[in-house]
Design a protein around this ligand. Structure first.
Ligand code: NAP
Length: 342
């Protein structure tokens, strides 16, 4: 299946290119970026910032402008790693022209007809694609993955939700790559922690409630879990670490919580990890440097699960923000769409 990457030269775009290099189902046919990069080879346009070499197959590919007119009709899926402002303009254009857009961009995640999907949690919400096509008159559609900090904790919340989870307090320690390649300067972040990330707390407080919600065939009824978030930028490169305090309807044992996380759904899709949530027993794990590549960067790693009294548990969790938190999440969403709809 031929695919394209929109915003291919950026942080997340490069992850897409890397993850798609040897993909068993998808083959890159088009790479797009801003007007500044259009017309250059990918090797010239992208300041490659990932540890492995840029794949040879894309080095000489000419980067195009980001418009549906620039992408072949043979392409079925485009992955969007565009800033939200640009995505809002062009993603509907691609969807109208028949492409499936697997999007990272924040705009419209909470709109009623927008599927916001984590395949292991709410694959049935893909049914919103039909609602979206009916309402907007599109031949294609847009499917969103959550924000990188929301997706880190959401699989653990999904595992705990059936145990009576009703309230979550969370503090994040988020890596600099989450701000994009040009996002935070070294003078801002070295020897420092910034206790504010614009609009991140709102996303963390709302996106999981939609993902954990019930789809009735027409709309999603949000889960009745209250979430309060406090977000911090810290000087790690990749991997968002989060500390959570969770309240339940009644006491939940640590072992029950661990069992629910370890036994959480796994999928048989190319980008799905063998274990969605890996629970560690050491007192000092998870850690970004040691744990972010677990399951190829697609597993969430949880640890320090402990009783906090008064029907509460506290724990830490971590995921790779540009893999599970961005490009890997979109590729997994596209695999789900390809398996079930195309
Ligand atoms: N970084 C993360 O961990 C993360 C996690 C989850 C979601 N996201 C989301 O993913 C998206 C991309 O983030 P990023 O960190 O990869 O950003 P980035 O490094 O700044 O890359 C942005 C990409 O979009 C292109 N672009 C910018 N303005 C454009 C325009 N007006 N028209 C067409 N292309 C344009 C850029 O092309 P040029 O190189 O030509 O400028 C570049 O390829 C954002 O919506 C972000 O919120 C990021």
């Amino acid at each position: 299946m031929k695919v394209g990457v929109l915003g291919a030269t950026g942080n997340v775009g490069q992850r897409f290119v890397q993850l798609l290099e040897d993909h068993p189902w998808f083959e890159i046919d088009a790479l797009t970026a801003s007007e500044t990069s259009a017309g250059k080879t990918y090797a010239d346009a992208a300041a490659w910032a990932l540890p492995n070499e840029m794949p040879d197959a894309v080095r000489e590919v000419t980067v195009r402008e980001t418009s549906a007119d620039e992408v072949s009709d043979e392409v079925e899926i485009v992955f969007s790693a565009l800033p939200s402002s640009a995505a809002k303009e062009v993603e509907p254009e691609f969807a109208r022209d028949g492409y499936i857009v697997a999007s990272n961009a924040g705009w419209a995640r909470l709109e009623d007809d927008m599927p916001l999907v984590v395949p292991e949690i709410n694959p049935d919400h893909l049914g919103l694609l039909e609602v979206q096509r009916d309402e907007r008159g599109w031949d294609g559609g847009i499917i969103k993955n959550p924000n990188c900090s929301a997706i880190t904790m959401t699989p653990t919340l999904a595992a705990l939700h059936p145990l009576g989870l009703n309230e979550v307090t969370v503090a994040t320690l988020q890596a600099v790559s989450g701000a994009g390649y040009m996002g935070v300067t070294s003078m801002e972040i070295l020897d420092n922690v910034v206790p504010y990330i614009g609009s991140e707390e709102w996303k963390m407080e709302n996106e999981p409630r939609k993902i954990l919600g019930e789809f009735d065939g027409a709309r999603v009824d949000e889960a009745d879990v209250s979430i309060s978030a406090s977000c911090n930028r810290v000087p790690t490169v990749d991997g968002h670490l989060e500390n959570l305090w969770c309240r339940f309807d009644e006491d939940v044992g640590e072992d029950d919580a661990k069992e629910a996380m370890r036994g959480f759904t796994t999928l048989d899709l190319p980008t799905a990890p063998d274990q969605t949530i890996v629970v560690r027993e050491e007192n000092d794990r998870p850690q970004p440097r040691l744990d972010r590549n677990t399951g190829g960067g697609m597993s969430v790693v949880a640890g320090r699960i402990r009783d906090d009294g008064d029907a509460r548990l506290k724990y830490s969790c971590l995921s790779h923000n540009t893999v599970r938190g961005a490009a890997g999440a979109s590729v997994l969403n596209a695999e789900l769409v390809a398996e079930r709809y195309l």
